[in-house]
Design a protein around this ligand. Structure first.
Ligand code: HEC
Ligand code: HEC
Ligand code: HEC
Ligand code: HEC
Length: 320
């Protein structure tokens, strides 16, 4: 038998990045600042920003001792390359440069979509009825419909797409990476609840008041309706992504245990919401899928199918 090179026998844990957006389409928060100055300065006060820059009292994430410990266990050298950037940073690949690089923490485009193809479309009102430059108030109705559709088609995640926004949060915050947790010792998942976390420091609804105040819901939304919708979509997406996270487990360990707990908590939160007299049709349907569910490593296919079913309900409800 031909001798295999020795390194194949060492366990190489380095975890590679699997960013699901195109870093060439990232423009960075500075590209939004001229038109959305309040959103940008508000974001600069959040942990999503500070994780990259650090503060007077806390170093940036890539310099923290806990980070070095995790990197060591995984055989990695830098948090600015490899899997860590997927959730902790925004990565941009400038034209003419050899490599993409981390430019900030999770930012505007982590939640609203990489903007290269929509940034110049989404806020342009076109001509008004008399051929002059339209404003938000005088924009022709058909132009508005076309503009927003065009932005959506080009990858923009707007405020009415609650499902897509919530999905982004849970993709990062459930930490769906078994080796990162079991081998790296990374915290297994956040105790995130979409609707309440949205109203923590990340809330930034300034358009309605032209930058003067931070409302409880974006403009064009009835606040109570919006909060209820955030609550329900959040609960459904939590269940979906807990199922997806668990379905990625390959062995019993911290990762599978915490994802299993997460599924159970998501189910009991939905049950509690239903019995408190909340919206019942969509939630009952979701609960019917998980009623007799068996959360075990031998049932991964079933759990993935259940996640797909819950997704359908969440999207339909979000689009209502
Ligand atoms: C040239 C000015 C301009 C720039 C640059 C700009 N925006 Fe906007 N944006 C607007 C305007 C104007 C609106 C309001 C559109 C409307 O009335 O429907 C808007 C609306 C939005 C909305 C709300 C859309 C909705 O329907 O929910 C989001 C989200 C948004 N912008 C994100 C961004 C992000 C992220 C960036 C940077 C990557 C950015 N914008 C850059 C002008 C701009
Ligand atoms: C799948 C998403 C994801 C990946 C990949 C990821 N992290 Fe995290 N990480 C998070 C989230 C979300 C938090 C915040 C958890 C919380 O406190 O709610 C976090 C928190 C941390 C913390 C604790 C910070 C604190 O404030 O206490 C450290 C340290 C850390 N991550 C290091 C790393 C390193 C190093 C890597 C790469 C090897 C990495 N992370 C990869 C999502 C991720
Ligand atoms: C690209 C990945 C990513 C996305 C998308 C994301 N987050 Fe985070 N978030 C993180 C990481 C990483 C941290 C931890 C930062 C640190 O270490 O200080 C964090 C921290 C936070 C914190 C502060 C931590 C705490 O315990 O209070 C809140 C609140 C938060 N995120 C809410 C949200 C919400 C709500 C969404 C969706 C609307 C969202 N995040 C989307 C990665 C992400
Ligand atoms: C953690 C995810 C997240 C990040 C980061 C984020 N947004 Fe948002 N953004 C949202 C959500 C969610 C909403 C809808 C608000 C709500 O439901 O309360 C929103 C709403 C908006 C709106 C419309 C608000 C209104 O008044 O109608 C604009 C404009 C906007 N974001 C721009 C930005 C810009 C610019 C940045 C970067 C500086 C940014 N966002 C960063 C999640 C995010």
């Amino acid at each position: 038998m031909k001798k295999l090179p020795l390194f194949l026998f060492c366990s190489i844990q380095i975890l590679f990045s699997q960013i699901d957006y195109d870093p060439k389409l990232i423009r960075g928060a500075t590209a939004c600042a001229n038109c959305h100055p309040t959103a940008v300065s508000h974001w600069e006060g959040t942990d999503h920003f500070k994780v990259f820059s650090g503060t007077d009292t806390e170093p940036a994430m890539h310099r923290r001792p806990e980070t070095k410990e995790i990197l060591g266990k995984l055989g990695m050298k830098s948090a600015k390359r490899g899997v860590c950037v997927d959730c902790h940073f925004t990565t941009q690949h400038l034209a003419g440069k050899k490599r993409a690089r981390a430019i900030s923490g999770p930012s505007c485009e982590s939640c609203h979509g990489a903007s290269g193809n929509w940034i110049e479309i989404h806020g342009v009102y076109g001509e008004d009825a008399s051929g002059g430059k339209a404003t938000r108030e005088t924009e022709i109705a058909s132009h508005k419909v076309e503009r927003l559709q065009n932005a959506d088609d080009n990858g923009m995640i707007r405020t009415n797409n609650i499902y897509a926004i919530a999905k982004n949060c849970y993709q990062c915050h459930t930490v769906p990476n078994e080796d990162l947790v079991n081998i790296g010792g990374h915290k297994s998942n956040s105790d995130i609840d979409f609707s309440t976390w949205l109203n923590k420091d990340i809330k930034h609804n300034f358009l309605y008041s032209d930058g003067k105040s931070n409302r409880n819901a974006p403009r064009d939304f009835d606040i109570a309706e919006r909060q209820k919708k955030n609550k329900i979509v959040g609960l459904l997406v939590d269940l979906e992504y807990s199922l997806r996270g668990y379905a990625k487990a390959t062995s019993e360990g911290d990762y599978s245990i915490s994802m299993k707990n997460r599924i159970e908590t998501a189910i009991s939160n939905l049950t509690a919401f239903e019995s408190s007299g909340g919206e019942s049709k969509d939630i009952s349907e979701a609960l019917s899928y998980v009623k007799n569910i068996s959360i075990s490593l031998s049932k991964m296919d079933e759990l993935s199918i259940t996640a797909d079913n819950v997704r359908k309900i969440a999207i339909t409800y979000s689009d209502k």
